[in-house]
Design a protein. Structure first.
Length: 280
C-alpha cells in the first residue's frame, strides 16, 4: 500500500512540475525575473504558513549555508526559465536532468566522494544524449542550450549544498530561504522590465508558486513512502508530460532524434541513480 501511495504522489508531483514548466513557456511575454518573482512569492504563502503553524524557527541555525543555497537556487531557476524562452519545454526539462551528473562531479572535489568506472559510462550515455539533442534539434538554439546546461550545473551545486546542510535544518526552512531570496532577487531585477499583468494572467502567474509548491510537496511525500530505486524513475515522467503538454497546448514540435537524445540523457542518469542505490 505504501509503495502504491508513493507512486501516486510522484505522479502528482510530475504533473504539477509539468504544468509549471508549460506555464513558464506560455508566460514568456513577461520578463524572466518577473516569472521568478511570482513563482517564489506564490510558494511563500505555503512555507511561511507551515513554519508559523508548526512553530519552526524561521531563520534556522546555519544561515550562511542557507543563504548560499538560496542564491545558487535562484540562479539555477532563472537560467532554466531563460532556457525555456529559447527552446521547447521538453528539451529544456530533459537537459536540466543532467544535473545529477554535475552533482557527482562536484562531489568528487567538494565532498571527496569517488565515482566508479561504470558510472562514467552512464555519464557518457547522458552526454551523447545532450549532443544528439543539441546537434539534431533545430528548435534548440545555442543560447537556450547554454542556459539549460548552466541551469543543470548550478542545480547540481544545489544538491551538494543541501547535502552539506543535511538534516541540520528543517526542509521547509531550506525551501523558505530559497523562496525568500528568489522573491527579493526576482522582484528587484524585474523592475527594469516589469510588465503589469491583467485579467487571466494574474491568476496564471500566481499559480506558478502553487504548482511549484505542490510539486515539491508530493515529491517529498513520495520519497518518504517508497524506496528510491522504485520512485526515482517515475520522476522522469515529467519530461513526457512536458512534451505532451508542449505539443498539445503550445504547438511545439520535436524531432525523432531529439526524443532519442532525451531518452539517452534520462537513461544514463537513471542507471547512475540505481547503481548508487544498489551498490553503495
Amino acid at each position: 500500500m505504501e509503495v502504491r501511495r508513493a507512486i501516486y504522489y510522484m505522479i502528482l508531483s510530475t504533473i504539477a512540475f509539468a504544468c509549471l514548466n508549460v506555464l513558464i513557456k506560455y508566460l514568456t511575454v513577461y520578463d524572466t525575473f518577473e516569472l521568478v518573482f511570482f513563482r517564489s512569492v506564490g510558494t511563500l504563502f505555503f512555507t511561511f504558513g507551515i513554519l508559523i503553524h508548526k512553530k519552526i524557527p524561521i531563520l534556522g541555525t546555519h544561515k550562511k549555508l542557507l543563504i548560499f543555497r538560496g542564491i545558487i537556487g535562484v540562479t539555477s531557476m532563472s537560467l532554466f526559465f531563460m532556457a525555456i524562452h529559447y527552446m521547447p519545454v521538453g528539451s529544456a526539462v530533459g537537459l536540466r536532468y543532467i544535473s545529477p551528473i554535475f552533482a557527482a562531479i562536484f562531489a568528487i572535489f567538494m565532498l571527496k566522494e569517488k565515482v566508479k568506472p561504470v558510472q562514467w559510462l552512464f555519464f557518457l550515455m547522458s552526454f551523447v544524449g545532450v549532443i544528439a539533442l543539441k546537434g539534431f534539434d533545430k528548435n534548440v538554439s545555442i543560447l537556450g542550450f547554454t542556459f539549460a546546461i548552466a541551469a543543470a550545473a548550478t542545480s547540481g551545486l544545489v544538491y551538494i549544498v543541501i547535502r552539506k546542510i543535511g538534516t541540520k535544518e528543517h526542509p521547509v526552512v531550506i525551501v523558505n530561504y530559497f523562496m525568500c531570496i528568489a522573491t527579493v532577487v526576482g522582484g528587484i531585477l524585474a523592475i527594469f522590465n516589469w510588465k503589469t499583468p491583467h485579467g487571466w494572467d494574474i491568476l496564471l502567474l500566481m499559480s506558478l508558486g502553487v504548482f511549484g509548491y505542490f510539486g515539491q510537496l508530493f515529491m517529498t511525500k513520495a520519497f518518504q513512502n517508497g524506496e528510491t530505486n522504485i520512485i526515482a524513475p517515475i520522476k522522469y515522467i515529467e519530461v513526457v508530460f512536458s512534451i505532451v503538454a508542449g505539443i498539445g497546448f503550445l504547438g511545439e514540435k520535436y524531432t525523432v532524434l531529439s526524443i532519442v537524445g532525451m531518452l539517452l540523457i534520462i537513461t544514463g542518469v537513471l542507471l547512475n541513480i540505481l547503481y548508487k542505490h544498489i551498490y553503495t
